[in-house]
Design a binder for this molecule. Structure first.
Ligand code: SER
Length: 589
């Protein structure tokens, strides 16, 4: 076996296929161009889909590449020996040129020939498609493998779940059976019989024979142009060639993994690997040809989720200087991969700035968020409600998947449908807010309205104290005669609750609390636990109104200077204002 480094393997692979008439094409960006159907490039074939469908490729009918890829489908498996969200895929393609025989023979030659990887054939096994009602078994592929010298006992015949691409065969369009190659990583001698369930057989390469197209009426038709699409996982093959037991030990990871290990005070292999993978993956997204910044949607959300997941793991590890570790990690990644993927160099500064901002923002709230989560999990219920999950998302920046993972770690479940509903409602509210409907300030500055405005803040906080922190403002309407306040709460308030709310507001009025305005950044406001954060951008300066130490809320004002001016507060009505939203009307007398 040749002990190749990552750089050497990339080069040898491309050279081999060039020697077999292929043209080298560059890696496409991670963010797909002109393809809204997927968030990221997940395989080398992905940028080639138009050509696999029949459009002529300018470089010809035989192509080869090394492609940067990102998959989040296995994100929770990251931390074991072989999974990563960002990885490199080596591939070769035939666009209506060669088919099964040549593809398999080239794969075998590259793996086993003494001029190339020189892997002992006894350490290899393969799987082929077994056949079902839609398409016959791939006996042709099996026969070709046997001709190469693979024993029939080392050829597994599996169904669509394993041996079809796109995986599972549910997608429309070009597809077909595949044949996969496995390497024996066990300490014992490789078993004579290949058992695909045995995890010591690690998949390293996949040759897809795109000979069908699945039509909208669920028929598999034979393609006029059969193609070959192959994908070899670079990290796994280097791991095998170097005789290592995890991809995190290979050359491209060594420096990164060491930098993380140096910052850790409570070592944990899984979390260290998560930090390494997520940091690297986020760097690739932030410094792609089309850089994507952390945000609430789409690819930006994936970047955010990766970074926040890394921050959480860093806390488990006792890393205290996360921004520095990240900064070093970006630098290492850029050095390591810059010559293969030049956009990393071009956007290094941007990646550093944005990563730092994202970490700082999340670190400001994660401690309180985790404490809040601990309180939730210590109750007698096994479910985190949608409202609670939304609160973690909105106030503490917990991606829903993070809440779900934390929940699973404590054998709890999250009410996802009601979270989704709360999120959708919130998005509608924010859109209205950004159109200026609730600008956070008061339109009418009459003395009466100003009184009601301050009373609204007192009411908001009293509701949270008495009903719980899931209460957030959903709407507010103030006239000179009354206030009307909508808020999230799942059920009608009891007479007793209403009385307690009313009493608490009056108590704060009688206490004649000072009302003080302070300017601060959103991060500071978040850290101070101020309400009303939803429509603001990180970095923006906001004014926060503090009523004694009872209430803190981002607001445009104006307000009274002391609560004593307000008079007596009386709730006149409590009613529903739509699903999960209650409405209170109140007067000052
Ligand atoms: N498309 C196949 C895969 O991703 C082969 O390249 O495994």
């Amino acid at each position: 076996m040749k002990k190749l480094s990552s750089n050497e393997l990339r080069e040898r692979y491309l050279e081999f296929f060039e020697a077999h008439g292929h043209r080298r094409i560059p890696s496409a960006p991670l963010i797909p161009e002109n393809d809204p159907s997927v968030l990221f490039t997940t395989a080398g074939m992905h940028p080639l889909v138009p050509y696999l469908k029949g459009q002529p490729h300018p470089a010809g009918r035989r192509l080869t590449s090394v492609q940067k890829c990102l998959r989040t489908t296995d994100i929770e498996a990251v931390g074991d020996a072989t999974h990563a969200t960002v990885f490199e895929m080596l591939g070769n393609w035939s666009l209506g040129d060669y088919f099964k025989r040549e593809a398999i023979m080239m794969s075998w030659e590259f793996l086993t020939s003494s001029a190339w990887l020189e892997i002992d054939p006894n350490l290899l096994a393969v799987s082929v498609f077994a056949g079902d009602a839609d398409a016959p078994g791939d006996t042709e592929a099996a026969t070709i493998w046997e001709k190469c010298g693979v024993s029939p006992q080392r050829i597994a015949h599996l169904d669509k779940k394993d041996n079809w691409w796109p995986a599972g065969g549910k997608a429309l369009g070009p597809q077909g059976p595949d044949t996969e190659m496995f390497f024996w990583t066990g300490n014992e001698a490789a078993p004579v019989h290949f058992d695909p369930q045995d995890k010591r057989w690690v998949e390293i390469w996949n040759d897809v024979f795109m000979q069908y197209t699945r039509t909208a009426n669920d028929r598999y038709e034979t393609l006029p142009q059969p193609n070959v699409d192959t994908g070899m996982g670079l990290e796994r093959v280097v791991m095998i060639l170097q005789g290592l037991t995890s991809i995190y030990e290979i050359d491209t990871y060594q420096e990164l993994v060491a930098a993380i290990a140096a910052a850790v005070s409570k070592p944990n292999e899984r979390h260290q690997r998560i930090v390494a993978d997520h940091l690297k993956a986020a760097t690739f997204i932030l410094a792609d040809e089309h850089p994507v910044l952390p945000s609430k949607t789409g690819q930006g959300y994936v970047a955010r989720r990766l970074i926040r997941r890394a921050v959480r793991s860093a806390r488990v590890l006792g890393i205290t200087n996360m921004t520095e570790v990240m900064d070093e990690g970006i630098h290492i990644t850029t050095q390591q991969y810059g010559s293969t993927y030049p956009s990393l160099v071009r956007h290094e500064t941007l990646a550093r700035e944005k990563m730092k901002a994202e970490i700082t923002q999340f670190e400001a709230v994660i401690t309180t968020g985790l404490r809040h989560f601990d309180r939730l999990r210590q109750r007698n219920t096994r479910t985190i409600s949608g409202t609670e999950a939304f609160h973690l998302y909105e106030t503490y920046g917990f991606p829903i998947e993070l809440t779900q993972e934390l929940a699973r770690e404590h054998q709890l479940t999250v009410d996802l449908p009601s979270f989704t509903q709360a999120l959708a409602q919130h998005q509608t509210d924010s859109r209205q807010a950004s159109r200026g409907k609730f600008s956070g300030g008061l339109a009418d500055h009459s003395q009466e309205s100003v009184h009601y405005h301050t009373a609204t803040h007192l009411l908001h906080q009293a509701l949270r104290v008495i009903l719980g922190n899931h209460v957030t403002q959903r709407g507010s309407n103030i006239t000179q005669e009354r206030l009307r306040f909508d808020f999230s709460h799942p059920e009608k308030l009891s007479a007793e609750q209403l009385q307690r709310v009313e009493h608490m507001v009056n108590e704060k009025i009688t206490a004649d609390l000072p009302v003080i305005k302070e300017e601060m950044t959103v991060a500071e406001a978040t850290a101070a636990g101020a309400l009303g954060l939803f429509a603001h951008k990180y970095g923006e300066r906001v004014s926060v109104y503090m009523i004694g130490d009872f209430s803190r809320e981002i607001c445009g004002g104006p307000h009274v200077t002391r609560t004593g001016e307000l008079g007596r507060f009386r709730i006149t009505r409590e009613e529903s204002a739509g699903g999960g939203i209650r409405r209170i009307k109140a007067v000052l007398e």
